[in-house]
Every structure is written in structure tokens, then in C-alpha cells.
Design a protein around this ligand. Structure first.
Ligand code: NDP
Length: 331
């Protein structure tokens, strides 16, 4: 094989992402220079943050440049190495983007052990999404045993880890997710105490029934009505880790009717970006890896086949079509 494929950002979306925003390209296989490592990517991670990068609105991170490889986390195997830190066959996690091949000087590549943890998990529960859950829970929500924790997008890559970690800490955990199948999974497979289907039409009443003693800490992934309903159930001095607002990523309004409770309930709200806390990643990833290897932290994946399927899978992720961590298998 002398060529490989990649996907570039062809045009910035106006509102919802469309397939035309992407372009699949074939390129000649790069040669591996002195000190470099050539990697065949096995899995690409699709993540909601990519929607933000596709836009050029002011944000915490620079926009994805047009006509360049879409940003993205990858895990793959070294196929050629002229860097003493890596050998052919090593499994490495990197940021090679929506591309079958990656070339690196090794600086930002992390070698991982797949003996007890599958390679794909390094993009999910033992990767950036897992770290996001770990950070928000342990450094912002800081729940005590017996407290009630609520988490939205509960069946997803981040939410599923939040709830399981909170259960391990002795909390009562209530998820919010879209649809009965996702809610059943969250309760029956992940061990949450309850899960409210926000699409069923009784969000506020169902949340009241699922959290009869109120909510002491929220991990917010969605925003909009889902967040507002959880806010409406907060107890005094509840802590809120504001992780994502996916309900507003296409520019939708995400109003808060219960905003007054921020004051009257003396709530602590902290937004955060997990990549601004890199100093904690070694500790967090170690803990998450141990839990996955021991079977105490479960995860589920939606896997799209082949790079060409990535745009559709990404569009699906932004509409809740994924069930668990969304990946693309590249080889
Ligand atoms: P998920 O695996 O949870 O997938 C996204 C889920 O969001 C969908 O499955 C769907 O779940 C839900 N969703 C999608 N669109 C909507 C919508 N319009 N309204 C309500 N729910 C919607 O993704 P991740 O676990 O990777 O990410 C979860 C959140 O965490 C995102 O908001 C993301 O941006 C954020 N994040 C933030 C980070 C940070 O550093 N702050 C780092 C990583 C992620 P359902 O079917 O249940 O509605």
C-alpha cells in the first residue's frame, strides 16, 4: 500500500453538521525520517468537542483549519520506527486525527499496554473521556457517600464513567439519557440506581421520583432542559461540574428557567476543560486502567467501520445515535 486516506474539514458547518463539511483524500504514504515513528491507526475517537473546532467562533481552543486533517485521538500500531523509544508493533495513543496513518517525532505519543485493557479503551474509559469523568467527579463534585449524584448523557463515554465511579464511592446515582434502551443499560449493566429517559416527556416528574431526596452533585454533559430539570432538584450547597452543553453545539439557545436556584441554593458551578489539567492524567489514567482491568469499570462502544464512515458516525454522535463511546475502526 503506497497511499493512505484522511478526512479534512472542507467547509465550516452552518447549524447542523453535514457530510459536505468533510472531504476524503488519498495521499502518498509518508517516509519515516530520523527520530520519527510511522503508525497505522487502528481506531479513531469521535468526540463532541470536534463540533466546536469545526466552527471559527471564539472559544477556548483554536478552530480546526480548513483543508487540514480533522483533529482526533487515535490508537494504532507502530509500523516503522526510527525513534529508539518505539518499536515496530508497539500500540500507541496519539492525536493523528481522521487519518489511517500518522507520522510523529514521538513527543506526544504514548505507548500503552494492551495485555489487560483493549486498545480501544485508551480512547474511552482509560482515555480522555474517562479522565473527564474522573476530574469532574473528584475535583469539582467531591461527593460524599450517601449523597445523590446526577449525570446527563449517562450512557455515553463520559457519563457512564462518572456514574460508575460515583457508585464506587458509595453515592446514589441517577442518570439521564435518551430512550428506554439506554436507560435500561445504565441501570442494569452499569449499576446506576435510576435513569430518567428525557425523551419520554415527563422529565421533571420522573427526575423527582428518581431523586426523592434531591440532588447533591450534578455532572452536566447536555445543558438546556436536561440541565434545568436537574438544577430544579438541587439541594443547598450542591456542586455542579459543567462539562458539556451538547444540546447547544449547533448554536441553539440553552436557557435556564431555574437560574435563581444558583443563588438561593448557594450552588457551586465550575466549568472545566480536561486538557487543562494534564498534571492529573497519570494518576487518573492509572486508577481508571486498574478499574477496567479488574472488570470494575464497564464500557460500551459504537464502532463505525472504515474512515469513510466517520462523517456519518460523527453526525450521529451529535444526535444521540451512538450508544457508548463512538469509535471508527480504521484497520
Ligand atoms: P457521548 O458518548 O455521551 O455522546 C454524546 C451523547 O450526548 C449522545 O449519545 C446523546 O445521548 C447526547 N446528546 C447528543 N445530542 C444531544 C442533544 N441535542 N440533546 C441532548 N443530548 C444530546 O459523548 P461524550 O461522553 O464524549 O461527551 C459527553 C459530553 O462531555 C459532551 O457534552 C462533551 O462535549 C463533553 N466533554 C467535555 C470535556 C471537557 O473537557 N469539558 C471533555 C470531553 C467531553 P442521549 O441519547 O442520552 O441523549
Amino acid at each position: 500500500m503506497n497511499t493512505y486516506q484522511r478526512i479534512v474539514l472542507a467547509a465550516r458547518p452552518k447549524g447542523e453538521v453535514q457530510p459536505e463539511n468533510f472531504r476524503l483524500e488519498s495521499l502518498p504514504l509518508p517516509s519515516c525520517g530520523e527520530g520519527e515513528v510511522l503508525v497505522r491507526n487502528q481506531f479513531l475517537s469521535l468526540d463532541p468537542y470536534m463540533r466546536g473546532r469545526m466552527s471559527d467562533a471564539k472559544s477556548y481552543a483554536a478552530p480546526q483549519p480548513l483543508d487540514e486533517t480533522m483533529i482526533g485521538g487515535t490508537v494504532g500500531q507502530v509500523i516503522e520506527s526510527r525513534n529508539p523509544r518505539f518499536a515496530v508493533g508497539d500500540t500507541v495513543v496519539g492525536m493523528f486525527g481522521w487519518s489511517e496513518i500518522g507520522l510523529s517525532d514521538g513527543a506526544l505519543l504514548r505507548k500503552v499496554d494492551t495485555t489487560h485493557i483493549p486498545a480501544s479503551a485508551y480512547l474511552g474509559a482509560v482515555g480522555m473521556p474517562g479522565m473527564t469523568a474522573w476530574y469532574g467527579l473528584n475535583h469539582i463534585m467531591k461527593p460524599k457517600a450517601g449523597e445523590t449524584v446526577a449525570v446527563s448523557a449517562a450512557s455515553g463515554a463520559v457519563g457512564s464513567v462518572v456514574g460508575q465511579l460515583a457508585k464506587l464511592q458509595g453515592c446514589r446515582v441517577v442518570g439521564i439519557a435518551g430512550g428506554k434502551e439506554k436507560c435500561d443499560y445504565v441501570v442494569n449493566e452499569l449499576g446506576f440506581d435510576g435513569c430518567v429517559d428525557y425523551k419520554a416527556g415527563n422529565l421533571r416528574a420522573d427526575l423527582k421520583a428518581a431523586a426523592p431526596d434531591g440532588i447533591d452533585a450534578i455532572f452536566e454533559n447536555v445543558g438546556g432542559e436536561v440541565f434545568d430539570a436537574a438544577l430544579g432538584r438541587t439541594n443547598a450547597f450542591a456542586r455542579i461540574a459543567l462539562c458539556g452543553m451538547i444540546a447547544g453545539y449547533n448554536g441553539e439557545d440553552i436557557p435556564l428557567k431555574n437560574a435563581r436556584l444558583l443563588l438561593t441554593n448557594r450552588l457551586l458551578v465550575q466549568g472545566f476543560i480536561v486538557t487543562e489539567h494534564m498534571e492529573l492524567w497519570p494518576q487518573g489514567l492509572k486508577e481508571l486502567g486498574q478499574l477496567v482491568a479488574a472488570g470494575k469499570l464497564k464500557f460500551r462502544e459504537s464502532v463505525a467501520e472504515g474512515l469513510a464512515a466517520a462523517p456519518d458516525a460523527f453526525i450521529g454522535l451529535l444526535k444521540g445515535r451512538n450508544f457508548g463511546k463512538q469509535l471508527v475502526r480504521l484497520s
